[in-house]
Design a protein around this ligand. Structure first.
Ligand SMILES: *[C@@H]1O[C@H](CO)[C@@H](O)[C@H](O)[C@H]1NC(C)=O
Ligand SMILES: *[C@@H]1O[C@H](CO)[C@@H](O)[C@H](O)[C@H]1NC(C)=O
Ligand SMILES: *[C@@H]1O[C@H](CO)[C@@H](O)[C@H](O)[C@H]1NC(C)=O
Length: 374
């Protein structure tokens, strides 16, 4: 089609109210991206040792800079690398990028989940982007004993074809130092709205990032200071560098529905939502506190805050699942109130995996003045 013909078609579509392109039909499905686990690798001729030499050598991906193709069992400075999904992964050295073009539905929200492991750099980070949005995710803390963690990031599609990029902004002395990446997946998000019985959005925490069905370690949501582009819609994760973990009922005990949030790094991270309130009015925040049945045996506790009120909910965990209900009544002091949840302490499982209490089923309702005195 010539440029003029295309403009005419676009104009006709506009006039009769049809979308100029059938976007939803070609949009990517939830799950692993094409060659998202890097099992399809470069030809031997396009590798110098482990270093990938061609821009298009890894099927479905485009690379630039110092990218290595790592096979499971590869000996990494006296550490054997085990790859979570299949047997192969990539490593992004200083200033290296990998990217893939995605067909998406314009204006839809998506979350990206990928597995990453830190290697030898001091402050490993990844800049995950879909232009014009980006997030610089800290890959420093090791949450899971295997060394591999699944991180999430979310974006709103501005166009129907977008580039998803992972860039290592590192400037290490050893240019090969940088995070390993494996298993890149996508999931459409349907940002929930407030419902009649709950002033909080996504209070049941059911809407969230893709969780790998065969990985028992859940999905991390790194710091995010606004709720619109959160992989855990409605919720912000307030922390310098630390995440919360979404766990699902396929692998964990959850108090309600199919998902809950595990607060895995003590007071360093808070799960936060901001809600419109009327100063002076009473409100009631209810939530469940429990354990994921994942062996986190300890005296756990969740701290909840709203306005000037605070509540510490202790929970004795045998690590086998279970939960209890808690309530915090408070009077709003401003037009906006932040409800905040933190783990009171740090906990680890015997294998070194970070763990902590679950929160779930969070609801906020207007309280009656009389009820507040009970
Ligand atoms: C492979 O990498 C080594 C070390 O960086 C370099 O000296 C050599 O020239 C490279 N070989 C090829 C064929 O590019
Ligand atoms: C992250 O990547 C995006 C897209 O390439 C870029 O616009 C942005 O400046 C980068 N941010 C940082 C902090 O490196
Ligand atoms: C709440 O909002 C109203 C109107 O938007 C404003 O006049 C008032 O000062 C605000 N009150 C507080 C406590 O922020």
């Amino acid at each position: 089609m010539t440029g003029t013909a295309r403009r005419v078609v676009a104009l006709l579509c506009l006039l009769i109210g049809l979308p100029a392109r059938a976007q939803a039909d070609s949009a990517v499905n939830d799950g692993l991206l094409p060659n998202g686990n890097f099992e399809d690798g470069p030809d031997k001729s396009q590798l110098n040792g482990t270093v990938v030499t061609g821009r298009y050598s890894i099927p479905n991906w485009e690379i630039s800079g110092f990218v290595e193709y790592i096979e499971s069992g590869h000996n990494e400075k006296d550490m054997i690398v085990a790859v979570p999904e299949g047997a192969r992964a990539v490593r992004l050295g200083n200033d290296a990028t990998i990217r893939q073009k995605l067909s998406v539905t314009r204006r839809a929200y998506y979350s990206i989940t990928f597995s990453a492991a830190r290697t030898c750099a001091q402050k490993e980070r990844l800049n995950v982007s879909v232009t014009p949005e980006f997030g610089v995710l800290p890959i420093q803390t090791v949450y899971t004993s295997s060394g591999w963690d699944s991180y999430s990031w979310a974006f709103k599609a501005k166009h129907s074809a977008v580039w998803l990029s992972f860039h290592n902004p590192g400037e290490e002395e050893d240019p090969a130092c940088g995070p390993l990446i494996d298993s890149v997946a996508i999931k459409t998000l349907y940002p929930p709205r407030r419902t009649k019985g709950n002033m909080l959005k996504n209070g049941d925490l059911e809407e969230g990032p893709y969780i790998f069905p065969d990985a028992g370690w859940g999905g991390l949501v790194p710091p995010i200071f606004e709720d619109e582009h959160s992989p855990l819609p409605g919720w912000m994760i307030m922390s310098d560098t630390k995440a919360v973990k979404c766990v699902d009922s396929a692998h964990h005990a959850v108090p309600q529905g199919a998902r809950a949030v595990e607060l895995v790094v003590g007071r360093e991270t808070a799960l936060v939502q901001e809600v419109a309130t009327v100063p002076g009015r009473p409100y009631r925040l209810s939530f469940s506190v429990g354990d994921a049945g994942n062996g986190c045996r300890d005296s756990l506790a969740v701290e909840a805050y709203a306005a000037r009120a605070a509540l510490k909910v202790p929970y004795e965990s045998r690590g086998t699942g279970g939960h209890k209900l808690a309530q915090l009544e408070f009077a709003a002091v401003a037009n906006l109130t932040r409800v905040v949840f933190r783990s009171f302490n740090y906990h680890t499982k015997p294998d070194g995996t970070l763990c902590g209490p679950l929160v779930d089923d969070i609801s906020l309702v207007r309280g009656r003045r009389r009820a507040a005195r009970l």
